[in-house]
Design a protein around this ligand. Structure first.
Ligand code: MSP
Length: 642
């Protein structure tokens, strides 16, 4: 029987909206789950939100909400996002769920009863951002390495977990299981940390300081430290200790996290499990960080990347492919839209897209859209060797996927794709088609290429499930069937001769980098869509009042490289803002400076050609002629329009 598979993502803090980094880990977990279903395994993907602690209380206060109302709101955003990225999680755990609270209390009581928790007074350096004490040697020039702030000295009585007692056990376990933490450099990092004596872990916070947490079962005056609470989600979600899911999946668990939370997962968590008498996890898979334009993503810098925006502009599968292909799992990666466009154009539109449309159009051109028969003698004589290559490709791919080396698995698939493209060039089917005597050779070439495409559709399934299904449909196969099972992929000659092949489609249209996704921002486009002079449906005065129209003065105007129609405007609308306007064909930038224009000030900001446009300029449109809406008397910037 095929062993089940269980993968987890970190449970994300609800103090920020989900971004590219969260999307990467969660897509990686989805990809690995889909891969294990290719083995025929029953899989379970767990994700969720981490909702207790000071961070959350502070974030709630900022939004003038109670912690409970606040966590409801943000947790719902995470929950709603994942299906939009085609992430089929099996359970969404929240640390405020009652079953989770009971498991945390149960495990704490168990460890307390076995004598691994003690009460003591402690004075230490506390970082409020990290919600933990730091030792002097962990600080960088006296500051918290993550927050760059000086920790405060805090003296208080708390409960401590005797981690030090298990230090030798953990070192031995890591040595005995070389890929317990992978890739290797993260394993070495954990071992290096364990060369110093391990301090006991403070696992409580007095309620006088923090109330938003899980009460200790043995002392009502304290709540549980967030990490001790959060890590237990991985077992509580399966119904620990007696749940059927726990028995089925826990022995096969693998965690996926980024390097920022290596220490709690590589040290605290295995020791907690061991102390509680729960078997430890199989693998901790650790990836690097996505940076944007070489710097860390941060709200202050304003470079936080929204995954849904990228999906909207470039398509979901292309986005998923880029993430999995561009990051070497375990190393940091730099995100840029131009790298994404380049990947789409080279790997997806050129290599895969071209292969697909070339082969399918030849089936139509030479065989009236029907899969040709293969004559085994002619096939042996031709010796294309595609079957052997496919088998080697599948084996290498499988090994790479099992090791979480997604980039490597995709490189292996692309080597196969490129080999098929080369096979077309070398066999020159258009020449074979010219002579009656080479008809049977043509049949073999086209049939084998179709089989190659079938195998590719299965291998890309974990990363690009929608594209895989589209390919299946266009190979005349059932896209709802489990076409991606490795056993089926390994069986060459599965497509029956005579199968009707639908006409080819462009799987990934090339992105024109000259006029890349340049949206038509001229105000006329909507009116045209409703039928020239046709008016839009009536609205009430209340509907109109929702628009925040303001006077703005143009401070600066400049062209945008590679955008023929767009100008970037710096405006004063009562505050300084940047907007992108589709008026470059009607206005020279210098003619706009000093002009007073009208802008929609409450339009949701959007990124256009990499620039965040925070507002929209109004202009009248007559075909290609555009006239900006201006004032005939100057007024202070920010004045409302009625
Ligand atoms: N709540 C804790 C985790 C508890 S798990 C028991 C937490 N939450 S978090 O919201 O800060 O999420 C951290 C995780 O988000 C990282 O480990 C990683 O999975 C993902 N990422 C956040 N930013 C990232 C990047 N810039 N790049 C890659 N992944 C990142 O820590």
């Amino acid at each position: 029987m095929t062993a089940p598979f269980y993968v987890t993502t970190p449970i994300y803090y609800v103090n920020a909206r989900p971004h590219l980094g969260h999307a990467y880990t969660t897509i990686a977990a989805d990809v690995i789950c889909r891969f294990h279903s290719m083995r025929g395994a029953e899989t379970f993907l767990l994700t969720g939100t981490d909702e207790h602690g000071e961070k959350i209380v502070r974030a709630a206060k900022k939004e003038k909400l109670t912690p409970r109302a606040y966590v409801e709101k943000i947790s719902a955003q995470f929950k709603a996002l994942w299906p939009q990225l085609n992430i089929g999680y099996n359970h969404f755990v929240r640390t405020t769920d009652s079953y989770h609270v009971s498991v945390v209390q149960r495990v704490l009581q168990k460890i307390y009863d076995s004598g691994d928790i003690y009460f003591s007074e402690y004075e230490g350096l506390y970082c409020f951002g990290c919600e933990r004490f730091y030792t002097e040697r962990e600080l960088v020039e006296g500051k918290c390495p993550d927050h760059d702030t000086q920790p405060e000295v805090i003296k208080e009585s708390n409960y401590f977990f005797k981690m030090s007692r298990y230090q030798d056990w953990l070192v031995d376990h890591i040595h005995a299981h070389p890929d317990f933490i992978r890739p290797e450099h993260f394993r070495n990092e954990v071992l290096a940390f364990l060369r110093e004596p391990l301090e006991d872990l403070c696992i409580s916070r007095p309620k006088t300081r923090l109330e938003w947490g899980i009460s200790l079962p043995f002392d009502e005056n304290f709540v549980t430290y967030v990490w001790f609470d959060a890590l237990l989600n991985y077992v509580s979600a399966l119904g620990y200790p007696d749940g059927e899911l726990f028995h089925k999946f826990w022995p096969h668990v693998q965690h996926t996290v980024a390097k920022d939370i290596l220490k709690p997962h590589g040290i605290y968590w295995p020791i907690m499990l061991h102390a509680a008498g729960i078997p430890v996890y199989q693998h901790l898979n650790v990836h690097g960080y996505w940076n944007v334009d070489q710097s860390k993503m941060s709200k202050t810098i304003g470079n936080v990347v929204d995954p849904l925006e990228l999906k909207t502009v470039y398509g979901l599968d292309a986005f998923r492919f880029f993430l999995m292909r561009d990051m070497v799992f375990g190393l940091d990666s730099n995100f840029s839209e131009s790298a994404l466009v380049q990947r789409i154009n080279s790997d997806l539109a050129n290599d895969l897209g071209n292969l697909f449309s070339r082969v399918l159009s030849m089936v139509h051109k030479y065989f009236k859209g029907e899969v040709p028969e293969v004559d085994p003698a002619v096939e042996a004589e031709l010796n294309l060797d595609l079957e052997q290559r496919a088998i080697r490709c599948i084996a290498d791919y499988q090994a790479a996927m099992e090791a979480f080396a997604f980039h490597k698995a995709l490189i292996i698939v692309w080597e196969f794709i490129n080999h098929l493209n080369k096979t077309i060039d070398v066999t020159a089917p258009w020449m074979l088609a010219k002579k009656k005597t080479t008809q049977k050779q043509l049949q073999v070439v086209i049939y084998d290429l179709l089989e190659g495409l079938r195998i590719i559709s299965g291998l890309i399934y974990p990363v690009m499930p929608d594209t895989a299904q589209a390919m299946q449909r266009h190979l005349g196969m059932n896209p709802e069937a489990p076409f991606y099972f490795l056993n089926m992929l390994k069986r060459f000659k599965t497509i029956p001769a005579g199968t009707r092949i639908p006409k080819s489609v462009a799987l990934f249209p090339r992105i024109d980098t000259e006029n890349k996704k340049e949206p038509d921002l001229s105000a006329g486009s909507d009116a045209e869509a409703t039928g020239g002079a046709g008016f839009k449906p009536q609205i009430s005065i209340d509907d109109f009042a929702m628009l925040d129209l303001r006077v703005a003065t143009v401070l600066k105007a400049e062209t945008i490289p590679r955008a023929r129609k767009l100008l970037k405007l710096e405006i004063d609308v009562g505050e300084k803002r940047t907007i992108v306007a589709g008026i470059a064909e009607s206005y020279a930038p210098e003619a706009l400076v000093g002009k007073q224009i009208i802008v929609v000030a409450n339009l949701k900001p959007v990124k256009i050609m990499g620039i965040l446009s925070n507002g929209m300029m109004l202009a009248a449109v007559d075909g290609k002629r555009i006239s900006a809406a201006t004032l005939d008397k100057p007024l202070p910037p920010g004045s409302p329009m009625r």
